[in-house]
Design a protein around this ligand. Structure first.
Ligand code: ATP
Ligand code: MG
Length: 424
């Protein structure tokens, strides 16, 4: 026996008993985004490593310890994308999508890769759906994105999801706060864990994001960014809150919400569920006005979010929110004496005329009894019976498997097509 090769740690197969949930989440997301006039963008899974260093920031968990990096055959450092914004912004710049002040409302879906400790809701390959809105400076864009995510939770039927928002201010105002924060943490240096001590000078705001419960007291009494906000950011935040209020979207202001990545400015937000335990953030986003310029493009304000599809699927499964719809299949029951050439010619004609019909062909026809049993087991609604009689007459014999009183009917081909079209 050859050795079985297993999947890589933290990466999972989505099997047929669950793939329908993923497909439905993706379909509802796509429909929701389309209803707000967002268009899909697709960009590569692999990019130059430098892109992520520049975009996400050197002193972040993602860049410091979570990237899947390797070299191309020519020695170029490459990485699997750990998130979508970096590649999306690169694509927008490279394809001139925002030239001459053009606005863009974009969304994407795809696998992301982070070398993390796998646990419930935290995988090494996971799927994100995200959206990015380019070239609108006002909080109206932030508001639209948040409203669109709120709409998506409604369309998916997800309960218990709460919105937290905060403003990080402009990068200038954040500099002043940074100094105050460093000074504060320095006077409490003995209370900082190893991670925080490392972050103190490189990325002190990240300390506020610490998940270590021992750090909570020192974080709770830390100075808050909102006391250092510039006027422009205050107004921006006010405008956002006012639109959310007018639409009845409730939120809490979390002054410690800083988000993991470096590129944010002004608005940041997270949607958090109480249904998943500690991995409760299902969506995070914010404004990143400086990022396009940082990547070499023209100054272009932008705002976006990304949500974890794995976690959304977990909620749907854990709370048993959805039932799989009973697909109506039609099973082709074949008499062993009939040539497969005849059977295939017929089934291809049916596919041609009824592109949406789900036909199940058994490539190994056994007895009628065994075939009907199989058809029953898969919950087929109809059986098409192909025997010697049908070969001779060219008629189609249809048996209703669910409504037994209808029984067996015989049709000319076009009658059969009309009948099937009337069924749904
Ligand atoms: P966390 O604090 O949970 O590590 P994050 O701040 O690193 O999240 P983001 O970079 O904001 O996450 O990604 C947006 C969303 O993608 C998260 O809210 C989460 O739903 C999902 N996500 C992030 N990392 C993972 C992962 N390793 N496995 C599954 N989903 C993930
Ligand atoms: Mg993370």
């Amino acid at each position: 026996m050859n050795k079985i090769i297993s999947r890589i740690k933290g990466m999972y197969d989505v099997l047929p008993d669950e793939s329908w949930i993923w497909q439905r989440v993706e379909r509802i997301a796509e429909e929701t985004f389309q209803s707000y006039s967002y268009q899909q963008i697709r960009f590569p899974i692999v990019e130059e490593t430098q892109l992520f260093h520049t975009t996400i920031g050197e002193a972040t968990d993602v860049v410091e310890k979570e990237m899947f990096s390797f070299h191309s055959r020519k020695g170029l450092p490459l990485s699997l994308r750990p998130e979508g914004t970096a590649g999306c912004v690169r694509a927008v710049i490279q394809n001139n999508l925002c030239n001459r002040g053009l606005t863009q409302k974009l969304w994407y879906i795809g696998p992301m890769f982070r070398y993390e400790q796998p646990q419930k809701g935290r995988n090494r390959q996971f799927t994100q759906i995200g959206a990015e809105y380019f070239n609108v400076e006002s909080a109206h864009a932030d508001a639209e994105l948040i409203l669109m995510t709120a709409r998506l939770w409604k369309n998916l039927g997800l309960p218990n999801i709460q919105l937290e928002i905060n403003s990080l201010g402009t990068s200038q105002s954040r500099k002043a706060y940074r100094e105050v924060l460093i000074a504060y943490f320095q006077t409490h240096a003995e209370l900082l864990d190893e991670d925080a001590q490392k972050r103190l000078l490189t990325n002190p705001l990240r300390i506020l994001d610490s998940k270590n419960p021992k750090m909570k007291p020192v974080i709770d009494t830390a100075p808050v960014l909102s006391d250092y906000l510039d006027e422009e950011s205050k107004e921006h935040f006010q405008q956002l809150k006012s639109i959310l209020d007018s639409c009845g979207v409730s939120y809490t202001i979390n002054p410690k919400l800083v988000r993991g990545l470096d590129y944010y400015s002004k608005t940041v937000f997270e949607w958090i569920t109480t249904d998943l335990g500690s991995q409760g953030t299902i969506c995070g986003g914010g404004r990143y006005d400086g990022l396009v310029e940082l990547q070499g493009g023209k100054p272009t304000p932008a705002v976006g979010f990304a949500m974890g599809v794995d976690r959304i699927v977990e909620i749907i499964k854990d709370l048993n929110l959805w039932q799989q719809s009973n697909e109506s299949k039609t099973y082709v029951v074949v008499d062993k004496s009939v040539s497969m050439e005849f059977v295939y010619e017929l089934s291809e004609r049916i596919h041609e005329a009824l592109p949406h019909l789900k036909l199940f062909m058994n490539q190994n026809p056994t007895s009628f009894k065994a075939q009907f049993k199989k058809a029953d087991k898969m919950g087929a609604q109809f059986a098409i019976i192909v025997g010697e009689e049908e070969v001779k007459t060219g008629m189609i014999t249809l048996k209703s498997l669910r409504e037994k009183e209808i029984g067996q009917q015989s049709f000319e081909f076009t009658e059969f097509i009309n009948y099937m079209n009337q069924q749904h």
